[in-house]
Design a protein around this ligand. Structure first.
Ligand SMILES: [Zn+2]
Length: 311
């Protein structure tokens, strides 16, 4: 029997529970060190990560298919080493997807985004030769005053390539600190900063007109877009007041073009808000495994579980 390619597998009607937010870790990723920097605890049982750990979790969660992405990293440099690291990660993910084609697809990891030429080349290689489903991208690149958000004009050649391909982009907040590294051991960067960064990057894409300039890219915002359902009206009013040429209604319309996934953000309240905000097929199921243990799901989560991405 012919083996399904990951792309076809996504549209196989037998597959009905798809996790769009599922990470893989490569052996070179020092999770202990990266966790210490951001105030996080990856469950000991999930490291060192292997595809078997994810397959077991998917079985336990009744998830049929997962789209793998590498954790969002905002730091890096423009050099051959950075390109080689991204390539190694993509080939690692591709091998897993080939071995378990009916279980996994993956999103291309790009070199540090200021390497425009390297990023465009990796999109082409990843999507053409490794049959990746799309790309994974961090909310910004660089840290502190040097951080540049992904809607910046310097990245237009990358977005033009993605738009031409009608690619799926998974936008994940970066783990960069704001005023403090983090205010409490109970509030590591993944808890507050990451969803805020996702919202900030999404708002930036909207008010700069970037979202309209590249309308064919399908962008999935991690963690229900952070504060998007609660702060988008504020952005619409105040950005227009500050000189954004889009009307408040246009700004809100552009926020509604995003897809929103539920990982670690689903509650009765947040899902009710999202269901009022966007069409139901723009709400996708995600888990953020293996960064966390399996959590019990609410009835609304289970409703989300039944949905497949239509991106
Ligand atoms: Zn994540």
């Amino acid at each position: 029997m012919a083996r399904l390619t990951p792309f076809h597998a996504l549209f196989d009607e037998r597959i009905h529970r798809i996790d769009v937010h599922h990470h893989y870790f490569t052996p070179d990723l020092d999770k202990e060190k990266s966790n210490a920097a951001v105030g996080w605890k990856t469950p000991a049982a999930n490291v060192p990560w292997s595809s078997e750990i994810s397959l077991q979790a998917m079985h336990d969660m009744n998830v049929d298919f997962a789209i793998l992405s590498f954790p969002a990293l905002a730091s890096g440099s423009v050099d051959e080493l950075n390109r080689a690291t991204a390539r190694r990660r993509n080939e690692y993910a591709s091998e897993i997807c080939q071995k378990h084609a009916n279980k996994f697809a993956f999103l291309v990891t790009l070199p540090f985004l200021n390497d425009i030429e390297g990023a465009v080349h990796e999109i082409q290689y990843g999507m053409d030769s490794l049959t990746a489903y799309g790309v994974s991208i961090s909310s910004c690149y660089g840290e502190g005053p040097a951080a540049t958000y992904i809607g910046d004009e310097r990245y237009y050649p990358i977005w033009a390539e993605l738009d031409k391909r009608r690619a799926v982009v998974f936008l994940h907040g970066s783990q960069v600190p704001s005023s403090t590294p983090y205010p409490s051991p109970f509030l590591g960067l993944p808890i507050t900063e990451v969803p805020n960064e996702t919202f900030k990057a999404a708002a930036h894409l909207v008010v700069t007109g970037h979202r309209r300039r590249f309308p064919n890219v399908k962008i999935i915002l991690a963690h229900l877009g952070g504060n998007v359902p609660f702060l988008s009206a504020r952005v619409a009013l105040l950005s227009n007041y500050m000189g954004c040429t889009l009307t408040p209604d246009e700004i809100l319309d552009d926020f509604k073009t995003f897809y929103y996934e539920t990982a670690l953000s689903a509650s009765e309240l947040s899902l009710t808000a999202m269901e009022k905000f966007v069409q139901h097929d723009h709400i996708l199921f995600g888990t953020d495994f293996p960064g966390k243990r399996l959590f019990a799901t609410t009835q609304k989560d289970l409703t989300c579980l039944q949905r497949s991405p239509r991106v």
